[in-house]
Write a protein that binds this ligand. Structure first.
Ligand code: BG6
Length: 492
């Protein structure tokens, strides 16, 4: 078996004490797709001794849970049958509704040592579970730690996020609470900080004097994938911008922390969120674009339009695409636009941050190259994780013709292995008590405050969402937002 250097890093440097992971909503999709595979991988890597308890309403029983786990994990990479079976033997199941005290008493009976609770249910059940744990005495550190991971969505506006934070704070201390954002588990996202602060060459030019603008893109090819009910009550702004895109924004824009402590880093991130200029009614037309995809064909296959997706009510104004022009009112970023765009049913799945630098001060080559490309540093989060610098280069020959070329670093070829799954890294961090890659209360509330302002302005406007063709790069209105500033989106 080929060694994975990312996992080797995890194995060599850090280990967790034995821990019991209790998954609330163990019969759900996230458990199948992400949590069980990530836990199996941690088990296989031997970084911790693990027990897993599923807690859910369906009457699966321990045997039923184990049988399904066998099915879900049948194709797990890099594990032997023995390892898989040994992991599945650690699984047990508590059948209970989330507001039934007896269920928590049952759970408490078998529970000793360190416990990590994972809320992976629909958010409507969070409050009942948090109270259930608290009232059963399961929130107090006893013979081991008690920690709780809360899945997204964490609220649907500032008020509901504050309410959820208040319920959590009734039973758990802040240092026991882990608000997950799986983007922070992505290797390349973690590398943003390391690249900026672990090298000497970037920081001196990482500011309004040398940078022209920044583009952050998270585009997806897929549509709603049967999640119409949830998605329509959310929309791209809540589903992607408030959390994932704001993480990318803060890591790109933050000041260097004084040390690598979780709170030192998160202090700097929250300062960025607070410095983001609110977008109110006066800027809503010029600084935001919301849109929905039409029906059509993608790769020859017919696909429904957003309004024809199951679970989407007629006449919905919920956006499947959003583009924003954001300013950070700080010394470093004064006057520099950050353009953010995210949407479903677009041409390609790509997540990247592109930092475009200003043109050289003297236009020596302007006569020959009136449209000379500006240097751009592209941090590719997915796919093909890596970093690319676009630099203008002389084309070989008798002239001084130039062309931009890529100076490329690809994770795959530099390290020869796939990166760790985000959930594996994040679960591990919660096990060892490192909350650096989790979102703090003040950060989440500050980002909701920004999002709420836009939602309110949209609600007051009677302009329906713009439209875009499935498989396209997005609506024309988003292109116009940039051309109005003399800029262009990077090609999707
Ligand atoms: C989730 C959103 O948080 O992130 C989904 O709810 C989205 O709508 C997903 O598809 C994207 O994650 P990734 O890792 O595939 O970029």
């Amino acid at each position: 078996m080929r060694e994975n250097p990312f996992r080797t890093g995890l194995e060599q440097s850090r280990r967790s004490e034995p821990v019991t992971v209790v998954i609330f909503g163990a019969t759900g999709d996230l458990t199948r797709r992400k949590l069980l595979p990530a836990l199996l991988s941690l088990f296989r890597a031997g970084v911790t001794r693990l027990q897993v308890v599923g807690f859910a309403r369906r009457s699966w029983g321990t045997e039923g849970f184990r049988e399904r786990a066998h099915e879900y994990l049948a194709d797990a990479p890099d594990v032997s049958d023995e390892q898989r079976s040994a992991f599945i033997q650690t699984l047990t199941y508590v059948e209970s509704s989330f507001d039934d005290e007896a269920g928590y008493r049952n759970l408490a009976e078998g529970l000793t040592g360190n416990c990590l609770y994972y809320l992976s249910t629909p958010p409507a059940s969070y409050e009942a579970i948090i109270h259930g744990l608290g009232r059963a005495g399961l929130a107090e550190d006893g013979d081991g730690f008690r920690r709780i991971i809360v899945e997204k969505p964490f609220g649907r506006d500032l008020a509901s996020a504050q309410a959820l934070n208040a319920v959590l704070a009734e039973h758990f201390r802040e240092d026991q609470i882990y608000r997950i954002d799986h983007y922070l588990g992505k290797e390349t996202v973690q590398n943003i900080m390391l690249m900026r602060f672990g090298n000497g060459i970037f920081e001196p030019i990482w500011n309004h004097r040398y940078i022209d603008h920044v583009q952050i893109t998270v585009s997806e090819r897929l549509g709603l994938e049967g999640r119409g009910n949830y998605y329509d009550s959310s929309g791209a702004l809540r589903d992607m911008v408030q959390n994932h895109m704001f993480q990318l924004l803060t890591l790109t824009a933050m000041e260097p922390p004084t040390d690598l402590g979780a709170d030192s880093i998160r202090d700097e991130k929250v300062k960025v969120v607070r410095a983001v200029r609110p977008i109110g009614a006066d800027a809503i037309e010029s600084h935001t674009v919301r849109a929905q995809y039409d029906g059509g064909r993608v790769d020859g296959e017919p696909v429904p339009g957003y309004l024809d997706e199951e679970g989407v009510p007629a006449g919905s104004h919920t956006e499947s695409y959003v583009a924003l022009k954001v300013f950070i009112d700080s010394w470093r970023w004064s006057g520099i636009p950050f353009y953010l765009r995210t949407g479903k049913r677009l041409r390609r799945k790509v997540s990247e941050i592109a930092v475009t630098f200003r043109e050289p001060p003297l236009k020596l080559y302007a006569n020959r190259h009136p449209t000379m490309n500006r240097n751009t540093l592209i941090i590719r989060i997915q796919p093909e994780e890596g970093i690319t610098l676009r630099v203008n280069t002389k084309i070989p020959g008798y002239t001084f013709d130039m062309r931009p070329v890529n100076v490329d670093f690809a994770y795959g070829s530099a390290f020869g292995a796939a990166t760790l799954e985000a959930y594996e890294r994040l679960l591990f961090d919660a096990m060892v008590g490192d909350s650096t890659l989790y979102t703090r209360r003040d950060e989440i509330e500050a980002s909701w405050r920004f999002v709420d302002g836009i939602l309110a302005a949209w609600n007051r406007s009677d302009r329906p969402p713009h439209r875009y063709a499935p498989g396209s790069s997005g609506p024309d209105a988003a292109d116009k937002m940039l051309t109005a500033d003399g800029r262009r989106w990077r090609r999707l």
